[in-house]
Design a protein around this ligand. Sequence first.
Ligand SMILES: Cc1cc2nc3c(=O)[nH]c(=O)nc-3n(C[C@H](O)[C@H](O)[C@H](O)COP(=O)(O)OP(=O)(O)OC[C@H]3O[C@@H](n4cnc5c(N)ncnc54)[C@H](O)[C@@H]3O)c2cc1C
Length: 433
Amino acid sequence: MADFPTSARVVIIGGGAVGASALYHLALAGWTDAVLLEKNELTAGSTWHAAGNVPTFSSSWSIMNMQRYSAELYRGLGQAVDYPMNYHVTGSVRLGHGRERLQEFRRVRGMGRYQGMDLEVLGPEEIRSVYPFLETTGLSGALYDPYDGDIDPAQLTQALAKGARSLGARIERFCPATGVRRETGEWVVETPKGEIRCEKVVNAAGYYAREVGKWFGRDIPMMVMSHQYMLFDAIPELAAWSAEAGHKLPLLRDVDSSYYLRQEKQGFNLGPYERNCRAHWITPDDPFPEDFSFQLFPDDLDRLEWHIADAMARVPLLEKANLTKVINGPIPYTPDGNPLIGPMPGVPDAYEACVFTFGICQGGGRREGSGRMGDGRADRMGHVVLRSAPLHRLRGSGLLHRQGDGGLWSRICHPLPASQLARGAGQEALAGA
Ligand SMILES: Cc1cc2nc3c(=O)[nH]c(=O)nc-3n(C[C@H](O)[C@H](O)[C@H](O)COP(=O)(O)OP(=O)(O)OC[C@H]3O[C@@H](n4cnc5c(N)ncnc54)[C@H](O)[C@@H]3O)c2cc1C
């Protein structure tokens, strides 16, 4: 263990997409004396089996900003760190079934435009021009987002890790953090390979965040749900259309029926957000596992029947394909579905970047500044995963102003002035311009 680091400025616990992104962005911001601990191999938690959808859509300004920044980051990341990866920008079609949904689309289109994205609201007769296989009965319109896409989550994580390492940050794989203690104003992170003394600790432990949080006396509000998607065989008509068009079909999302349907190679990936969803690891007969690395839950197709039938009625082409694989994995949720990002409440020099339900599309973090697409001020690249302002503010907690953190916060987070803290999320949009 001669090479094991005994001290660092910051230790990140967890090597999924989010932990790797936090490490990369810290290193970019000059915090290269940073160590990431991963108890198994990188991506072993939720990241390895994620579907990899990277939407920019959100009805929240802050979440849209994170997703927009992430999409923008991913577009250039492979080249920036010299790690080529699969990232397809396919666009997406979000279906509307009524007036209220279209009203939402128009609002989001306005917000998107303000962030530099040209989203389009389509009438029912226009949808088939971007998605020819669609049955449009009952639709009132759709939102077309040309920036939507999908990425290989494992490649993304490895690219972020490579970028971080090349800047001098360290990653210790197969090295679980087993506890922490506070000593003379520093944190000591315990591992089987030795202890690391550090100024700051970040909990990026994904669905294990609650367990890690307990070491700090923190009761993290979260649940682990199971989430499934299904992969279907190649469909000749789809393959032919794709070959002629020279690109994949846009992702189709129906939030009212609650699923997405995406082209995966020459077949489909159907991912429902279930009506009868299931929580795990909450009862004495289903205890939290010591280790769940690279594991899945058994398939549970009965729960998905309604969504499969609905998707087949909407895209009849899907009926022609055989179901080849089901992925059913753990996905963490907070009560409002937003991730926890920023200082750990009441705990000095400890931070959270965890409980991401959409950690692939939000994992890049966000950029401060104008918040517009293409605003590529390199000095802003560090204002990312650990920047808590908007998300915490949406929850109404005033956690921004921390004193005496040795500069980490101001280096990577740039808190807003107190005058802006009192404003609501909508006004933040104007303040950030
Ligand atoms: C079926 C499915 C499909 C999904 N599809 C999408 C999608 O299309 N788009 C999207 O944006 N999101 C998707 N998600 C969600 C996405 O997978 C997660 O939000 C994301 O992977 C979270 O990344 P993370 O880094 O926060 O957590 P994780 O990937 O879970 O990483 C946490 C890491 O911490 C490590 N760890 C835990 N405890 C310790 C410890 N004590 N010491 C050291 N290491 C520790 C774990 O081993 C793990 O590697 C999907 C999820 C599921 C289940």
